[in-house]
Ligand binder design. Structure first.
Ligand code: IVH
Length: 701
């Protein structure tokens, strides 16, 4: 290897080590040692090197997590050991009965301890490592043969691509890293072969954030975390998997050559030391009564866990003893699932309400005959959207099945058709907004219905709630937003910054101190926005349809001021990465409205006018100037028009047919004859990601 390449390869090594380490600190330990921006800088450096020197792209590079090539179908993957089921227990009595049976079979059980773990309601996955490298991963399938989904699993942030996960990194806070290493002296090397089992899950908070983002963009939210994770992992295009916030929790070692693991507790320690995420609430219990106490306590606090569980897995700690006890059918005797009370119950759907969101989107809600689900009285549930009601044929008066899971709001699974009496009524879609009475509209290509009245009081209330939450104004909550809108003190979000102490004192619930505190914290918020140049935060707070936190920050960095953003045309907007035609249209619509221009003028007049602290130096660079592109097949995320807008915004040209003059062929799924033509002419072929990189960095992969 020439000397320069050697130096680069060493740098790549250092960067991968650092990124994998910091990724683990962030995603698995939730204890980051560096900021997101510092992480990004390391990541961009690595990506830059890999693009310029494809030979240096390693299998364990964290840049692979964005998702690689698309598969045509999944390959079958026989498991090294069958994935078994577990016998269930629904009460303390049944747990004791299990114990009694075991003692009769083998008196060692009396002295044996237990490990108790949450029974995670996710998807079982089997992960294979060769010499420390993640080489293969599969779904459960029928327990004997699964489907290989390696590229999809590789996108999971908490799945180590290489083990053991580095316990220190030269780059970024080496000292703090070394301290961590001392506390967790892991095995020095990975075994030749390691097969691990775990569950892929979506954490409740990630699920809710994802759905909030979809709702903000006017898209249909997902029904539950488990199905979402399952669907995402079975995508043929790993980029679609990468776009979903899937996590991993491991609990079993199927194979580890040369490693002697005698107890389940050791298994968990070993997994952790290698860098696998494991459940935080696992415990050791000395006897069956403490197992039962643990189960009953966990049943009470299951909602506090960050993911959904449906019970506890009780395992004999001594793996030898567990193996000796054998099986009953497919269930190993040495383990038992203590199931929590079901979260699905039936009740009567009394009526359907309609909620108006901040962008005017209307969502139906179920008003239920109150029913207790796992200890909580439920009166309302989500129905997702109006299509859902039609698809599931949910009628007012129906007996419906509802599910309450984790912190997620309960949802209606569907009607119990057999219980119908004939008195049920087919739901009539509203034609006017329940808050303001104006006609509602459906946006082409979206499932949602909207109230398009800009003066709708319900929308204003939601918008103010969003505005104060995003700006993080201390002491300003949802109740107050409603109260002040109803009192007529707030007619647009800028009015938040015009509130006076005298006005507040005239409101119910405001004494001198409280009014003063609120006025002070509003003032402090304005000061902070301007002083710290938090333009992205302000843009996000405006509640423009489809503009979430990330996009708002990108827009702020790109345009620097609201004046510049307001003046930007569609092409300029779409040149910001991640902004497609629909968001660009939503922005244009928003800034095109007179009342929004008045709102901006008002904010400016009130001094709520930050300039972005992180303004990018150049506007869109002409990175593609002089280059000609041809597209074949369907791109994973962009339409042809979007790709064209991107190419043109960066100074390039797009044509329809391949010729000697073509610089690049952009390859999508199901390409046509253009591919063969391009290859015969020696035209360079890139995929959508390659095109993006080319535009953003000017460097080809
Ligand atoms: S151990 C002998 N531990 O539950 C089989 N399984 O009903 C023991 N599961 O297929 C499996 N959390 O999908 C085990 N902490 C945990 C688990 C767990 C969830 C799932 C797994 C298994 C099923 C058994």
């Amino acid at each position: 290897m020439p000397k320069a390449s050697k130096i680069l390869a060493a740098r790549v090594d250092e960067l991968i080590q650092a990124l994998n380490f910091h990724n683990y600190r962030y995603h698995v330990l939730a204890a980051p040692l560096i900021s997101d921006a510092e992480f990004d800088a390391l990541y961009q450096e690595l990506r830059g090197i890999e693009e310029a020197h494809p030979a240096l792209l390693r299998a364990d590079s964290p840049t692979r997590r964005v998702g690689g090539g698309v598969s045509a179908k999944f390959v079958k993957a026989p498991h090294p050991a069958p994935i078994l089921s577990l016998a269930n227990a629904f009460s303390a009595e049944e747990v004791r009965a299990w114990y009694e049976r075991l003692v009769r079979l083998d008196d060692r059980v009396e002295q044996a301890g237990y490990v108790v773990e949450p029974k995670i309601d996710g998807l079982t996955v089997v992960l294979h490592y060769q010499d420390g490298q993640f080489v293969r991963g599969a779904t459960r399938g029928d327990g004997l043969v699964g489907e290989e989904i390696t590229p999809n699993l590789a996108t999971i942030r908490t799945l180590p691509l290489r083990i053991p996960v580095p316990t220190s990194a030269k780059l970024g806070r080496a000292k703090a890293a070394a301290k961590w290493k001392k506390g967790l002296a892991g095995p020095p090397t990975a075994p030749h072969t390691l097969v691990v089992r775990g569950e892929a899950v979506i954490y409740t908070k990630d699920f809710e954030a994802m759905n909030a983002g979809l709702a903000a963009a006017g898209e249909e939210p997902y029904v539950n975390p488990r199905n979402t994770a399952s669907g995402a992992l079975r995508q043929l295009d790993p980029k679609l998997t990468a776009a979903r916030p899937i996590s991993l929790l491991c609990y079993a070692v199927v194979e580890a050559d040369g490693v002697q693991l005698d107890t389940q507790w050791e298994v968990l320690q070993y997994l952790r030391a290698m860098g696998f995420p494991t459940a935080a609430t696992v415990e050791r219990c000395a006897d069956i009564e403490s197992v039962i106490r643990y189960c009953e306590a966990q049943a009470q606090t299951r909602d506090q866990l960050p993911y959904e569980t449906d019970g506890i897995v009780i395992k004999l700690n001594d793996l030898r003893l567990a193996a000796d006890l054998g099986f009953v059918g497919k269930d190993p005797r040495g383990a038992l699932a203590y199931k929590f009370p079901a979260r699905e119950v039936s009740t009567t759907l009394q009526d359907i309400s309609v909620n108006v969101g901040r962008t005017g989107v209307l969502t139906p809600g179920a008003l239920l005959e109150p029913v207790v689900v796992a200890g909580v009285t439920v009166r309302q549930a989500t129905l997702h959207n109006f299509n859902y009601i039609v698809e599931k044929d949910i009628r007012v008066g129906d007996r419906v099945l509802i599910k309450r899971a984790g912190e997620v709001i309960p949802y209606v699974i569907g009607p119990m058709v057999a219980a119908r009496t004939g008195a049920e009524r087919v739901y009539q879609m509203p034609t006017v907004c329940p808050s303001c009475g104006q006609p509602i509209e459906r946006v082409e290509g979206e499932v949602a219905y909207y109230c398009v009245n800009g003066a709708c009081p319900a929308q204003l209330t939601r918008l103010v709630e969003h505005f104060v939450a995003v700006l993080d104004i201390e002491g300003f909550g949802e109740k107050l937003a409603l109260q002040l809108v109803q009192a007529g003190l707030i007619n647009d979000v800028a009015d938040v910054f015009r509130l006076t102490k005298a006005q507040l004192l005239a409101q119910e619930g405001f004494a001198d101190k409280k009014a003063q505190n609120l006025v002070d914290s509003i003032g402090a918020t304005r000061e902070r926005l301007v002083r710290d140049g938090q333009l992205g935060r302000l843009i996000g707070a405006l509640g423009i349809r489809g503009v979430g936190e990330v996009m708002a920050n990108d827009l702020a960095a790109q345009f620097g001021t609201l004046d510049a953003l307001s003046a930007a045309g569609g092409e300029e907007l779409q040149a910001v990465s991640g902004i497609g035609p629909s968001a660009s249209q939503a922005l244009a619509d928003w800034f095109g409205l007179k009342r929004n221009q008045q709102l901006l003028a008002k904010l400016k007049g009130l001094g709520v006018w930050p300039e972005a602290a992180n303004r990018r130096q150049a506007q869109v660079a002409d990175t593609l100037a002089g280059l000609t592109f041809v597209i074949t097949g369907t791109l994973p995320t962009w339409s042809r028009d979007e790709a064209k807008a991107f190419i043109e915004a960066h100074g390039g040209k797009m044509t329809d047919s391949v010729s000697k003059k073509t610089s690049y062929l952009v390859l999508g799924e199901a390409p046509g004859s253009k591919l063969a033509k391009a290859q015969s002419l020696g035209v360079v072929v890139v995929d959508e990601a390659g095109l993006k990189r080319l535009g953003e960095t000017g460097q080809a992969a």
